[in-house]
Design a protein around this ligand. Structure first.
Ligand code: CA
Length: 441
């Protein structure tokens, strides 16, 4: 079960990679996330690496070592070739065995240390690609505080629609425009209806926003027509990334009824490059509970395991650096914080619900969690919430103000897990800078 810890989670473990120790890094030896990389500007083949401290263990170069378990040869070959999807398709037991092998290789005292030391690439010298091939992308809406706050803006008397507490709300997104952290985001043009106007105009979005989300990547999928029971759902998930679901609120307001988001959402969605595995997250499981008086999940979305440990305690934050701040050399400032354990649905429920009608999920499919806003004011996971629909500008250091994003703004999502008795692990940055709208053709 991905919910249980083992010796790879021992907080006392240290790595022979010095930068992995000390508690400040996102990537101690207890984390071991996968990413696809090559040396910047080298034109080398993409391959999978494991982040360790400020380094990457190059699994293409390390494949030549003879010290790996023979049973893992097919997966090690796939990783060396840059094919994470092949490993995602493998059963959970294989993922656990890989984690144990990499933990043994990278911990202090490893007999492999001398051989592997030559195969470290500094993260500062690497460029990252999307970690896997993402064939399909579904975005959910599990942040009840976000759903309520946004609902209030549009429907003050009826903020939360009656289906919300019964069915995990979602829509099918677009996989082709998912980009890796660091990719610039062009401000979209589109139709908007100005207040009081009777006909729309086409212009660059004036209400460009971000959404703080996690992205769950599917492991072994399910065949068409074959649902996934809650008891199996956690094992069908491979890992988590951060996801920024950039959103053009003015385009969205005009187009979203009756079929939901379309061009307001598919001009770019940014994914962090490192996949934190479900196994690495085992120490940070939390009970799934419902507030007093709320309906309990229907039986197909319920299990004892889910109630006991279906949620995940992941601290999330959003940071902004404007062009003026960058010019002055000022660091990004925090805009908000929240925690994924406040989500209304668990990842297992999302996967089980998605497959409940027989819809087939495939290795590498992306399930967005929806915007994760906290329960308190100032914990909104989007500017739409933080600026009260654009009515209350945020004041930034240096006298700038924002209701929505300006060209040149760099937006960074961060996440980490921290608990007594466990080593702190993090996700690395999910960053993107807003570029001016393209000139009209
Ligand atoms: Ca979203």
């Amino acid at each position: 079960m991905s919910l249980q810890t083992d010796p790879t989670h021992d907080p006392a473990l240290q790595s022979w990679v010095a930068s992995a120790n000390g508690g400040a890094t996102d990537f101690p030896v207890q984390n071991l996330p996968y990413g696809r990389f090559r040396r910047t500007g080298s034109g080398e083949a993409w391959r999978i690496g494991i982040a360790i401290g400020d380094q990457i263990l190059d699994l293409a170069a390390a494949r030549g070592c003879t010290d790996w378990p023979a049973a893992l040869a097919p997966q090690l070959d796939a990783l060396a070739a840059g094919d994470l999807n092949a490993v995602m398709a493998a059963p959970k037991a294989v993922r656990v065995a890989l984690r144990q092998a990499f933990s043994a290789a990278l911990r202090s005292g490893s007999v492999q240390a001398a051989g592997l030391a030559a195969f470290l690439v500094p993260q500062a010298d690497a460029e990252m690609a999307l970690p896997c091939n993402i064939a399909d992308y579904t975005d959910f809406y599990t942040g009840i505080h976000h759903a309520t706050a946004v609902g209030k803006l549009f429907r003050p008397d009826n903020p939360l629609l009656p289906n919300y507490k019964w069915v995990p709300i979602g829509y099918h997104g677009r996989a082709s425009s998912i980009v890796v952290s660091g990719t610039p985001i062009r401000r979209p043009r589109g139709q908007t209806l100005a207040p009081g106007a009777t006909a729309p105009t086409v212009a660059p979005s004036q209400r460009l926003d971000y959404e703080l989300e996690l992205g769950a990547l599917v492991g072994p999928g399910n065949a068409l027509g074959e649902p996934v029971a809650m008891a199996e759902a956690d094992d069908r998930l491979f890992g988590l990334t951060l996801l920024n679901d950039w959103s053009a609120r003015d385009l969205q307001a005009w187009e979203y009824q009756p079929l939901g988001p379309f061009l307001a959402k598919n001009f770019g969605s940014t994914l962090s490059p490192w996949v934190v595995t479900m196994e690495a997250l085992a120490p940070f499981r939390a009970p799934f509970t419902r507030p007093e008086g709320d309906p309990q999940p229907l039986p197909y979305l319920d299990s004892a395991t889910n109630r006991a440990a279906g949620a995940l305690d992941i601290q999330l934050s959003v940071w902004l650096q404007t062009a003026a701040m960058r010019a002055r050399g000022d660091a990004p400032v925090p805009l908000s914080q929240s925690n994924f354990k406040d989500a209304y649905w668990t990842l297992a429920q999302l996967l089980t619900h998605h497959a409940s009608n027989g819809c087939n999920l495939q290795p590498g499919d992306l399930l967005g969690t929806g915007t994760q806003s906290g329960p308190e004011a100032g914990q909104g996971g989007s500017l739409l919430e933080l600026s009260m629909g654009g009515k209350q500008p945020l004041s930034l250091p240096g006298g700038e103000q924002r209701t929505f994003l300006a060209d040149g703004d760099a937006l960074i999502l961060r996440a980490h897990c921290q608990r007594p008795g466990a080593a702190r692990i993090g996700f690395g940055d999910c960053a993107g800078m807003v570029m001016p709208a393209p000139a009209l053709a």
